[in-house]
Design a protein around this ligand. Structure first.
Ligand SMILES: Nc1ncnc2c1ncn2[C@@H]1O[C@H](COP(=O)(O)OP(=O)(O)O)[C@@H](O)[C@H]1O
Ligand SMILES: [Mg+2]
Length: 462
């Protein structure tokens, strides 16, 4: 059956498996992204520290080289130095930090500490160190006052912070992790949720066949429990249906004896006219009981469900009807286009149900026209696309009053106008037909045609 809210919520998926999987994948993706982010920020910190330390080491090394040489050679030496990326080195009389701000006592301390720890000859140590560091531009400056000529060696350098988000590692690791989790989640959720679909399929099967085989009662605890409960329910339904049928058979059978007795006794009726009427009523009663018993027996002898070619079944039925009613050949037709449809059904009962409706149309309407279609003939028939098949049996007769369209399905109900011998029914035809079709998961409904006539719609599950 179609879901009532189907139109409104087209973005949110229907299947429980998809919903659960989406939720899990989204959650895990978020967690993965957070994890990767934390990791990357950590690495960023570490990189910056290493870079800082390297730059300080390098500046110290430069100072050492310069301080070790003769004061007059220093300018040439600085010019001859291999250019270092991001470094500016020059001598001046006054410290020149190129306006880099604010002063950084921490950097000063680090440098002077370094100079004391690396076994630097004390006489070469700078008189004074001034340092500055601009955190927004990552520009740094260190000025060393040389001990001999009191000149200042200024070293300016810029730290480049690498952007880890630009590197391919971040998106690649995210992609690999996300794909792996998605696959695992989909697989896991599908496995977990599969029994729910099995249960749904079993419920649907039970609708088509009360004798459908039971579910396997294994798997996780809750699933096994549900399967057990479902099987219990199916068994009870089955027993209920069978008990009713047995009761029907027993009643029908027991009614025969008194009827036979009445028939014998009717011989003592003196008025021949009354006697004739009496016997005719008893005959009708007997016919009704026979029909009931036949129906009960049909129901107890479980016909197997097979793959049935519905199209050729209808063709056969039309031919048979034409053969038995050669005078009405032209009034019996199968409408085109005729789709090719096969479905699972009990062929003999289905044939009987369709035959009942076709002979009703012919008897009470005077003609039969049969249509096979996949399209629901009404909007009110809440049918699912591609799941249901419809057989329409129409006639141009008088039709029925709308209040009787449901009523005629009740057992032994015949309309007053049709109480004539020629049509000869017992009023069980429609009840039997509906019982058969409902027993296979479908339904039959009657409708009036415009301007007159009746049509029956048989809905079957494909
Ligand atoms: N196509 C039809 N047109 C008019 N009346 C119909 C049609 N089909 C069924 N009926 C009415 O419904 C009653 C019940 O039909 P059914 O259950 O088949 O019993 P039966 O054919 O044995 O009378 C019929 O007696 C008839 O009055
Ligand atoms: Mg009938």
């Amino acid at each position: 059956m179609s879901h009532p809210n189907q139109k409104k919520r087209y973005l949110w998926p229907y299947s429980l498996a998809t919903r659960t999987a989406l939720l899990l994948i989204f959650g895990m993706g978020l967690i993965e992204a957070c994890g990767l982010l934390i990791n990357t920020l950590d690495r960023l910190d570490f990189n910056r520290l290493t870079q800082e330390q390297e730059a300080i080491n390098r500046a110290t090394a430069i100072y050492r080289d310069i301080s070790e040489m003769d004061s007059k050679d220093r300018v040439d030496e600085i010019n001859d130095l291999d250019p270092i990326h991001g470094f500016t080195i020059f001598l001046s009389n006054q410290p020149n930090l190129h306006g880099i701000n604010p002063p950084s006592p921490k950097l000063e301390q680090t440098v002077s500490h370094l100079l004391t720890t690396i076994l630097f000859p004390p006489e070469l140590r700078p008189i004074k160190i001034i340092a500055a560091s601009d955190p927004s531009t990552h520009k740094n400056a260190i000025a060393f006052q040389l001990p001999d000529d009191k000149q200042w060696l200024n070293i300016l350098y810029e730290l480049t912070t690498p952007n880890p988000f630009k590197s391919a590692t971040f998106p690649i690791s995210f992609f690999v992790m996300a794909t792996a989790t998605s696959f695992l989640t989909l697989w896991g959720v599908r496995r977990l949720i599969a029994p729910v679909s099995t249960l749904a399929a079993a419920a649907e099967r039970l609708g088509q066949d009360v004798n459908a085989p039971p579910l396997i009662e294994s798997g996780p605890k809750e699933i096994a429990q549900s399967a057990r409960a479902f099987n219990d329910m199916a068994r009870r339904i089955n027993r209920f249906v069978n008990d009713r049928t047995q009761l029907l058979l027993a009643i029908g059978h027991d009614l025969r004896t008194p009827i036979t007795r009445l028939k014998l006794r009717s011989e003592f009726i003196i008025d021949p006219h009354l006697q004739k009427k009496f016997i005719s009523d008893l005959d009708e009663l007997e016919k009704m009981i026979d029909a009931t018993l036949a129906f009960g027996r049909d129901n107890t002898n479980h016909e197997p469900i097979i793959n049935l070619d519905l199209t050729s079944l209808l063709q056969t039925l039309i031919h048979e009807l034409q053969e038995t009613h050669p005078d009405k050949c032209d009034q019996i037709e199968l409408c085109h286009p005729l789709p090719d449809i096969t479905l699972k059904a009990r062929p003999i009962s289905l044939k009987r149900a369709i035959q009942n409706l076709m002979s009703n149309a012919l008897n009470y309407g005077g003609n039969v026209s049969v249509t096979l279609t996949l399209k629901p003939p009404f909007l009110s028939l809440h049918a699912q696309k591609n799941k249901h098949v419809f057989i329409m049996i129409e006639d141009n007769g008088p039709g029925l009053e709308s209040k009787d369209l449901e009523y005629v399905f009740e057992p032994f109900v015949r309309m007053e106008s049709s109480r004539n011998r020629s049509t000869g029914g017992t009023g069980l035809g429609l009840s039997i037909a509906r019982n058969i079709i409902r027993g296979q998961g479908g339904d039959i409904t009657l409708h009036n045609r415009d301007p007159h006539g009746l049509y029956a719609v048989i809905m079957l599950i494909k």
